[in-house]
Design a protein around this ligand. Sequence first.
Ligand SMILES: [Zn+2]
Ligand SMILES: [Zn+2]
Length: 118
Amino acid sequence: MDAKSFKAVAVRSPRGATVTEIDWADGHKGRYPHEIMRGYCPCAGCQGHSGNIVFVPPAAHQLEIDRFDAVGRYALQIVWFDGHDTGLYSYKYLRALCQCEACVGASPAASHSPVDRA
Ligand SMILES: [Zn+2]
Ligand SMILES: [Zn+2]
């Protein structure tokens, strides 16, 4: 995957949705169930400072997203409706979390296994 792959060009996350779609610069159509994105929040509050990112089962009220903010050219910050906003999801990390048909078979996140920190 070249660097271009790690650029999100569009994010679709309608209010009330449980899945966000991210279009990538290489044409990949990413699919991100909110349970996966919240459960794999990479922030220190959810994960501590080291090791792989583990799945932390989210509560039902933690699955709604308020908005996405771009952080430089490499990451998205997710602001959740319950106010949690410390998770910075690098584009590379988001690609690893993708649950689209093409990715889900090889994705550790699909079985809630640890994911490499990226
Ligand atoms: Zn977090
Ligand atoms: Zn995918």
